[in-house]
Ligand binder design. Structure first.
Ligand SMILES: Cc1cc2nc3c(=O)[nH]c(=O)nc-3n(C[C@H](O)[C@H](O)[C@H](O)COP(=O)(O)O)c2cc1C
Length: 180
């Protein structure tokens, strides 16, 4: 096992690409625990993540496994990386402000300090360039988060612009480089 990755998936139309990412990282030897926000589950189901990663998927803060330790604290302790792909504007705002109202944001706050935080945003270009998002990105970078992407191109909202999720194979390569 190369290391433990918590893969946070948020409510973007690009969420389906996280399934491929989860599969690639698992095949290359990482333990991948997917954590889906409630909005992510409007776009993708937990089942492909569970099957491809061979790990339980966290879909709710109050989903408790056997044992006394909350799943989100255990995952936060054990992770070498929290990878959020795709990360919505909403998620960036919550992380920048230290909110903790779901499993993913609780994990981000409880993450062990040695773990890396790698964020791959995906959103409409105006959302990405909005001063509020720029400020949230700057705050997170100043705290040590690494951003990868977004890239320019045709967006699913119908606009051309900067906001596409970084290609999955390049995301997987960056994870490999950071963790091995
Ligand atoms: C069809 C559709 C696509 C969306 N795509 C995105 C997206 O790519 N990026 C984004 O920041 N928000 C997107 N949103 C809005 C988010 O789903 C919304 O802000 C949600 O509250 C995010 O929740 P989460 O960050 O907890 O997952 C989209 C909404 C809809 C209805």
């Amino acid at each position: 096992m190369k290391g433990n990755i918590v893969l946070g998936v948020t409510g973007s139309i690009a969420a389906h690409r996280a399934i491929d990412l989860a599969s690639r990282l698992t095949k290359s030897g990482f333990r991948v625990n997917a954590v889906l926000t409630a909005d992510a589950q409007r776009f993708v189901l937990p089942l492909p993540f569970k099957t491809l990663t061979r790990q339980p998927v966290v879909t709710d803060l109050y989903d408790e496994e056997e044992g006394w330790r909350p799943a989100h604290i255990r995952l936060a302790d054990e992770a070498q990386m929290l990878l959020i792909a795709p990360a919505t504007a909403n998620c960036l705002a919550k992380l920048a402000h230290g909110m903790a109202d779901d499993a993913l944001t609780c994990i981000a706050l409880a993450l062990n300090p040695a773990a890396k935080l790698l964020i791959a945003p995906a959103m409409n270009g105006k959302m990405w360039l909005h001063p509020a998002t720029r400020a949230n990105v700057a705050t997170l970078r100043a705290r040590g988060a690494e951003f990868i992407g977004p890239e320019e191109g045709m967006l699913s909202c119908g606009y051309e612009g900067l906001g596409r999720l970084w290609p999955v194979d390049l995301l997987a390569e960056r994870v490999e480089a950071l963790l091995t």
